[in-house]
Design a protein around this ligand. Structure first.
Ligand code: GUN
Length: 291
């Protein structure tokens, strides 16, 4: 089977144009730009790269970005009080605390400190609760985690109808696996959640019309795991010792058996930033409406 190697560049450009227009209309109406505050703690090189690209994309879209850098030695109290100051700051619409935080800091407790109205990552228990209790409405207008939201945009772009389909999600993280499994089941797919400890993984994955790979293990899934014609959305961004970036799927083995495989890099990863812009504009509009 000829496998489509799907890059998201065109989709991102299209979405970015719409978001740029929305940001402009917001700015004209409210005489200020939607504003994102980014908190980066420590010196994780990958996090610095991610934050730099998030900042650039937001500025390109016509948003304001405030960068806050704290040293790796920052205490829970210091990070928490940075967040609380941003919660009170009237010009800040969205707050993003880049994960992972340095060892010893309970990241979930920091995410809980972010005001739910400014939680553009969608990690706050209030927003996760809204997603679980009212998934369709929350997907359409709420603050949902950015990577899963990006996956839904890809599925729309390739016209994949979820109704009644078998979907297998490999991975159960709070950032991707768990929220995307809730979203896909709410959109009428039959969802199985597997992970690194699943017995006889291929038994489950070979049933999938759509596979979402989000376990963070390089080249974990190959042609023995999938049925011919499956769609594979690979969220993995794994750096090998030779510096090469690979997904959770072994693309060389999946090519020829999958119908479509998302590119790594250049696939799901950069969609996260597009959806962060969308969430920041949503948060800004909702804050203005609530005034
Ligand atoms: N680290 C990796 N992905 C993400 C994300 O979506 N949001 C935040 N805050 N940190 C991350």
């Amino acid at each position: 089977m000829e496998t489509i190697w799907y890059r998201t560049e065109e989709l991102r450009k299209r979405l970015a144009q719409t978001l740029q227009q929305e940001a402009l209309e917001f700015t004209q109406t409210h005489h200020r730009k939607p504003c994102l505050a980014v908190v980066l703690v420590g010196d994780n090189p990958a996090s610095h790269v991610y934050v730099a690209s998030k900042t650039k994309a937001c500025l390109d879209a016509g948003l304001d970005v405030l960068d806050f850098k704290l040293p790796a030695t920052a205490s829970f109290q210091e990070i928490s009080s940075t967040v609380e100051t941003l919660n009170k700051n009237k010009v800040v619409d969205g707050i993003l605390v880049q994960s992972p935080l340095p060892k010893g800091i309970d990241e979930k407790e920091i995410f809980k400190k972010i005001s739910p109205e400014k939680d553009v990552d969608g990690f706050h228990p209030v927003n996760i609760g809204a997603l679980v209790m009212n998934p369709k409405k929350t997907i359409a207008e709420g603050l949902v985690p950015c990577t899963p939201a990006g996956i839904l945009e890809i599925l729309k772009d390739i016209n994949f109808s979820l109704n009644g389909k078998n979907v297998v999600v490999v991975g159960r993280s709070n950032i991707v696996g768990r929220p995307i499994s809730i979203m896909l089941s709410a959109l009428d797919a039959t969802v199985t959640v597997c992970h690194s400890k699943t017995n006889n993984l291929a038994h489950h994955t070979s049933q999938a019309d759509l596979l979402v790979l989000a376990c963070g293990i390089p080249n974990f899934i190959n042609d023995t795991h999938i049925k011919t014609g499956a769609i594979v959305i690979d969220v993995g961004v794994n750096r090998l010792e030779n510096k090469k970036i690979v997904g959770d799927g072994d693309s060389n083995k999946l090519k020829g058996k999958a119908q479509l495989l998302t590119a790594v890099p250049g696939g799901v990863g950069p969609m996260t930033i597009t959806m962060l812009i969308q969430n920041t504009i949503r948060a800004a509009k909702q804050r203005e409406q609530g005034k």
